[in-house]
Design a binder for this molecule. Structure first.
Ligand SMILES: Nc1ncnc2c1ncn2[C@@H]1O[C@H](COP(=O)(O)OP(=O)(O)OP(=O)(O)O)[C@@H](O)[C@H]1O
Length: 255
């Protein structure tokens, strides 16, 4: 009989994704084990954000399928930071409390224990004392800490992080990496789009190298070789953005 731990957190089968019928990611097949800590790496335009968007349900596959062990409601997604994040007239406490929306509903008030959870999440990311600050008045690093606190409260088994350390100073990156490693130690499954290969080699045991198609998936040291990185760069630069949906089948043994 299959044990629960044998079921992958994420099963991708010949997944092809794109916009307006133009493919952006081709023929991606792999199983991500429950509790895995996986970096998604690849050149600009490789399809990394597109993959995360599909996993959140924002984008329907052009071909192929994927299966989430925890279902859609078990996914927490941290998109790339944008100016839009700062434009809402909301204070840090209320923004972080949104991580509890499944428990409290759109218009519910916070119980005392829920408010304590918000304070605890703020403390865990080093933002105690910032509760009543408007989010538009936070630095980029502070805002990212608040977004991590909100994600913490979502308490999801599958976490998708899109460039979580982009434009963040070294000290903040260290603190946020520690939080990610804590989530991993709790048994959550984590997929993070990253560009800093040294950081990936130091902290992420597994890696998916993407260049519109999978170039490698597995232990980071085996995937991030000079040879594979060169293949990824070449594939990304050769890609025809105007191509129609590709009919080519995946090569045997490809990720
Ligand atoms: N909303 C969209 N509509 C049309 N094309 C899009 C859209 N979003 C992304 N694309 C295209 O899909 C391809 C993959 O983009 P994606 O953002 O997934 O790449 P990425 O690997 O995340 O890149 P980066 O490292 O630069 O963030 C690119 O050619 C991009 O122009």
């Amino acid at each position: 009989m299959k044990r629960d731990t044998d079921v992958p957190a994420l099963h991708l089968e010949n997944l092809t994704l794109g916009y307006d019928r133009h493919p952006a990611v081709h023929h991606l097949s792999c199983d991500i084990a429950s509790g895995a800590l996986v970096a998604i790496v690849g050149p600009n335009g490789a399809g990394k954000s597109t993959l995360l968007k599909a996993l959140t349900g924002d984008l329907s596959p052009l071909q192929g399928t994927f299966r989430l062990k925890a279902g859609r409601e078990g996914v927490a997604y941290l998109p790339q930071q944008s100016e839009l994040d700062r434009s809402f007239p909301v204070c840090v406490f209320d923004m972080v409390a949104m991580g509890l929306w499944r428990d409290i509903g759109a218009f519910g008030g916070l119980r005392r224990d829920q408010a304590e959870r918000v304070h605890a999440a703020l403390a865990a990311v080093g933002l105690s004392g910032f509760e009543s600050r408007q989010i538009g008045a936070l630095s980029g690093g502070q805002l990212q800490r608040a977004r991590f606190a909100r994600m913490m409260l979502q308490d999801a088994p599958l976490l998708l992080l899109d460039e979580p350390f982009n434009a963040i100073d070294t000290r903040t990156i260290e603190d946020l990496v520690t939080i990610v490693l804590g989530w991993h130690a709790e048994g959550r499954t984590i997929l993070a789009v990253l560009h800093d290969l040294e950081l990936v080699r130091r902290h992420f045991p597994e890696c998916l190298l993407l260049a519109r198609e999978p170039v490698g998936f597995g232990p980071t040291a085996e995937v991030l070789t000079n040879e594979r990185l060169a293949i990824a760069r070449r594939l990304a630069s050769d890609f025809d953005d105007a191509a129609r949906v590709c009919q080519r089948q995946p090569e045997p043994g490809a990720a």
